[in-house]
Design a protein around this ligand. Structure first.
Ligand code: MOS
Length: 728
C-alpha cells in the first residue's frame, strides 16, 4: 500500500520524538563506510562486464562555429579502433526523443571550447585515447565568440522578475549610513573525486547504464528522451557516487555517448571522462559580479537593501546562478531592489554547484554587511542581531523558524568573539597580522517529491529501497536510522538499498532536499507498517511501542517474528512538497567565526580557527550532519582564498583544468573545524521536523574569512579569491 503526505501545513505530531529505539540523531558511522574504505564498493566505471568496449570523448577546440567534417578514416584503421560515433549520429537519436536539453548538443554547432563532438570506441582504453587524439576534425570558426567574462559590456538578459519595493536610491541618499560596493567571484568547478563515468549495455529492448548521477528519476527521463526510448526501457544504477556537488544532477556527455555507442555497436561501452574533461565539458559555477547597496538608520537598522548580480551562461541555457536567493528573506529594508542579469558567453554551461545562489551570494552580502558595521562603528554580530525581521520582508509571510540569533550567540560564545567594533591591525605576531571575522549562514529549505519502499520481513528485519542516491552525504545511514527508529529495530537489522532506478523514485540528491524529502518517504512507509502491526495487536499506533525487535502494548511484549507469523509487510511512502512553501519562508541558518593570520610580507593567508554554529531542524545523524558542515566550510576556505577557473581570453580554453592547478584546500590549509549544531524542531519543514544541511556550511563561509582579513591588516578585498597578489 502507498501512504501519501503532501506538505500543505505544519506537521506538529512530532512522531519521531515519541519513538524509543534511540537511534535517530545518533552519530552513527556511515553504513557504506566499510565498503568504501575497503574498495568493495563499486563505482560506475568499475564493473567488470564481458566484451566491454572503451570509448573516449573528443571535444571541440574552438569556442564558436561549426564542425564541417569529421575524418573517421583518419583513425578507423588504427589498432583496435571499432568506431567513431560522431555528433551527427548522436543527433539523430536525440532528435527522435525530442529531448529539451540533451547534454550532447544536437547540432554540429559548437557553442564552447570543450563541447563533446564525437566518441572514439576501441577495444582498449589506450587505443581509444590514442585514436581520439588523432581524429581529424575540421571547423568553420566564427570570429564573434564572446569569451571574456570580465568585459564590462556584454549582451545580457534579466533572469526572472526583479524584486523592486519602495525607492532604494532615495533610501541610500537619505540614510544615516550606507554602503555601495561591488564584489566579484570567479568560476568554480564541482570537481567531484569520482569523475563522470558510464558503462552502457543494450539488450535490444532495455538500456542499462551504470553511471555516477544524483537524480535517477529525472536522469532516466533525460536519457530516454535523448535515445528515443520509453523511460521503462531505461535502467540507471548509481549505488555509490563519489561526490556530485551539482555536477551530476543531470546526465553528462559520457552517459549519452556510451548509450548511443552501445545501441549502435550492440556491445557494452564504457566512457570515463578525464579530469580535464570534467572541468572543460561538464559544467561550471558562473562567475559573478554583485553590487550590494545597504542603507541603515543611525541605529544600524536596514532601511534599504539592494543586491544586483551579473552572472553568465551559454546562449539558450535557462539556469542563472541565483545569487540573490538568500537576500530575498534574510535581512529587512523596506526599500528593496534585487535582480540578476545573465550575460551570454561561449563558455562551458553554467549550472548548479553546491548551494547554487547562496554559496557566492552570501559571501558577497556578508562582506558588505561587515563594511556597513565598520562604517556605523558597531560590532558586526550586533548589526546582524538588529536586522532579524519578524516576517519575510517582501512576501509578508511568517518564517517557519528563525533561529539566526541563537546561532550568532552560540557561535560567538564558542569562538570567544571579542565583542565590539572592529579595529583593524590590532594584533601582530612576528610577520603575521592576526584578525577575526564573522558572517551569517543561510540556505533555503527545499523539498522534492519522493517515494521509498520499506519491507518488514518475517524474521523481524527490514529493508528500505529507493532510487535515492548517497553522494557521500550519509543518505544510506540516515534512511536506515529513520526506519530503525520507527520500527524499533537495531540499525544492523535494516538493509538500505539505493541508487537503482527500478526502485521507487526518491527525491534524488540535490538542493539539500534529500534528507527531509526521501527521509519523509521512509518515515511515511514506516507509519504504514506500524499501523498494520497495531491492527494485529488490536491497539492504536500511539499505544504501540516498538523497541529492540519487540512490540509492546499495555505491558505485554511480543517478538516481531511471533507477531508477523511468517508474513511480510510492505509499504510505500510517498512524500510531496505541498502548499507550505507558499505560506512559510523556511530556511536553515548559521553563523561563522574565524581567525586568520595574514603575512605582512607575502600576503599569504592562513585560516587559524574556524567555528560554525548551525540549525537545520532535527538532526538525523549528528556525525554525518557535522561532516557536511565541515565540508562546506572547507569549500568556504577554497572560495575565499584559492578556487578559480581561469579562461584564456583568446580561445576560451580553461587554463587550469585539473586539481593540480585548480587549488582546493588541502589538509594543511584547513585548521581544526569547530562545528556545533543547535537543536531545533521545525514542523513546517517536514514530518521529521528536519531540514537539509548539505549545503549550509558553505553559505557565507568565505565572507567570514574576507572580513577577518580586513580585521587583521585593514585591506578590504572584494574580488574573490583573495590570493596573496591582491593583499600585498
Ligand atoms: Mo546541489 S548543487 O543542488 O547538487
Amino acid at each position: 500500500m502507498t501512504r501519501t503526505l503532501s506538505m500543505d501545513q505544519p506537521d506538529d505530531r512530532n512522531r519521531l520524538d515519541a519513538m524509543v529505539q534511540g537511534v535517530i540523531g545518533k552519530p552513527l558511522d556511515r553504513l557504506d563506510g566499510p565498503a568504501k574504505v575497503t574498495g568493495s564498493a563499486l563505482y560506475a566505471a568499475e564493473y567488470a562486464i564481458d566484451n566491454c568496449a572503451e570509448g573516449v570523448l573528443v571535444t571541440a577546440t574552438i569556442a564558436k562555429g561549426e564542425v564541417t567534417a569529421i575524418d573517421e578514416a583518419s583513425v578507423l584503421n588504427m589498432p583496435g579502433v571499432i568506431a567513431v560515433i560522431s555528433n551527427d549520429r548522436m543527433t539523430a537519436r536525440a532528435a527522435q526523443g525530442g529531448a529539451g536539453e540533451s547534454p550532447v548538443r544536437k547540432v554540429r554547432q559548437v557553442a564552447y571550447r570543450g563541447q563533446p563532438i564525437a566518441l572514439v570506441v576501441a577495444e582498449t582504453f589506450e587505443q581509444a585515447r590514442e585514436a581520439a587524439k588523432r581524429l581529424q576534425i575540421t571547423y568553420r570558426e566564427d570570429d564573434d565568440a564572446v569569451i571574456d567574462q570580465h568585459a564590462r559590456a556584454l549582451p545580457t538578459e534579466t533572469s526572472g522578475e526583479p524584486t523592486i519595493q519602495g525607492n532604494l536610491d532615495r533610501a541610500i541618499s537619505e540614510a544615516a549610513h550606507a554602503v555601495d560596493v561591488t564584489y566579484t567571484t570567479e568560476c568554480h568547478n564541482s570537481a567531484p573525486m569520482e569523475p563522470h563515468a558510464s558503462i552502457a549495455q543494450w539488450d535490444g529492448t532495455t538500456l542499462t547504464v551504470h553511471a555516477s548521477l544524483q537524480m535517477l528519476k529525472y536522469n532516466v527521463k533525460e536519457l530516454a528522451d535523448s535515445m528515443g526510448l520509453a523511460p521503462e526501457n531505461v535502467r540507471l544504477l548509481s549505488p555509490y557516487v563519489g561526490g556530485g556537488f551539482g555536477s551530476k544532477l543531470g546526465i553528462s556527455a559520457d552517459v549519452a555517448a556510451a548509450s548511443v555507442a552501445a545501441i549502435e555497436l550492440g556491445r557494452p561501452v564504457r566512457v570515463v571522462l578525464s579530469r580535464q574533461q570534467v572541468f572543460q565539458s561538464v559544467m561550471r559555477r558562473s562567475e559573478t559580479t554583485q553590487r550590494l547597496r545597504l542603507a541603515a538608520d543611525s541605529e544600524g537598522r536596514l532601511t534599504g537593501f539592494g543586491h544586483e548580480g551579473r552572472v553568465s551562461n551559454l546562449p539558450g541555457e535557462s539556469f542563472a546562478e541565483p545569487v540573490t536567493q538568500a537576500s530575498e528573506y534574510l535581512y529587512p529594508g523596506e526599500n528593496r531592489t534585487l535582480r540578476i542579469d545573465v550575460a551570454r558567453l561561449n563558455l562551458l554551461t553554467a549550472g548548479s554547484v553546491r548551494a547554487p545562489g547562496e554559496a557566492v551570494g552570501m559571501q558577497a552580502l556578508e562582506g558588505a554587511m561587515d563594511e556597513l558595521a565598520v562604517i556605523i562603528g558597531i560590532d558586526p554580530v550586533e548589526l546582524r542581531l538588529r536586522n532579524i525581521p519578524d516576517r519575510h520582508p517582501a512576501k509578508d509571510i511568517p518564517y517557519s523558524s528563525r533561529p539566526l540569533a541563537e546561532c550568532l550567540k552560540t557561535g560567538a560564545e564558542r569562538f570567544g568573539w571579542d565583542v565590539g567594533p572592529r579595529r583593524p591591525c590590532h594584533t601582530r605576531e612576528g610577520e603575521w597580522w592576526i584578525g577575526t571575522g564573522m558572517a551569517t549562514a543561510t540556505r533555503v529549505h527545499n523539498l522534492n517529491e519522493a517515494e521509498a519502499r520499506v519491507t518488514l520481513y518475517p524474521d523481524g528485519t527490514a529493508a528500505v529501497a529507493s532510487d535515492m542516491t548517497d553522494i557521500g552525504t550519509g543518505t544510506y545511514t540516515i534512511l536506515g536510522q529513520i526506519a530503525a527508529e520507527m520500527l524499533g529495530l537495531d540499525i544492523k537489522d535494516v538493509l538500505v538499498r539505493l541508487g537503482d532506478s527500478s526502485f521507487p523514485p526518491g527525491s534524488g540528491s540535490g538542493g539539500s532536499w534529500g534528507a527531509p524529502s526521501t527521509g519523509s518517504a521512509v518515515f511515511l512507509a514506516c507509519e504504514g507498517i506500524r499501523e498494520r502491526l497495531a491492527k494485529r495487536l488490536d491497539c492504536t499506533d500511539e499505544e504501540l511501542t516498538l523497541k529492540d525487535g519487540f512490540a509492546t502494548v499495555r505491558g505485554q511484549s511480543i517478538a516481531l517474528p511471533d507477531l508477523l507469523k511468517g508474513d511480510e509487510i510492505e509499504e510505500v511512502g510517498h512524500f510531496k512538497d505541498g502548499a507550505i512553501s507558499d505560506s512559510f519562508s523556511s530556511a536553515m541558518y548559521g553563523a561563522f567565526f574565524t581567525e586568520v593570520a595574514v603575512n605582512a610580507y607575502s600576503g599569504e593567508v592562513r585560516v587559524r580557527r574556524f567555528t560554525g554554529a548551525f540549525v537545520c531542524g532535527r538532526v538525523l545523524n549528528e556525525k554525518t550532519a557535522i561532516s557536511q558542515c565541515m565540508g562546506g566550510m572547507v569549500w568556504g576556505i577554497g572560495s575565499a582564498l584559492t578556487e578559480e577557473n581561469i579562461f584564456d581570453k583568446r580561445h576560451g580554453h580553461i587554463v587550469n583544468p585539473d586539481l593540480a592547478e585548480y587549488h582546493i584546500p588541502v589538509s594543511l590549509d584547513v585548521p581544526h573545524l569547530d562545528v556545533v549544531l543547535v537543536d531545533e524542531r521545525d514542523p513546517a519543514a517536514s514530518p521529521l521536523q528536519a531540514k537539509g544541511v548539505g549545503e549550509l556550511g558553505i553559505c557565507g563561509a568565505a565572507g567570514a574569512i574576507g572580513n577577518a582579513i580586513h580585521d587583521a591588516c585593514g585591506v578590504r578585498l572584494r574580488s574573490f579569491p583573495f590570493t596573496p597578489d591582491k593583499i600585498i
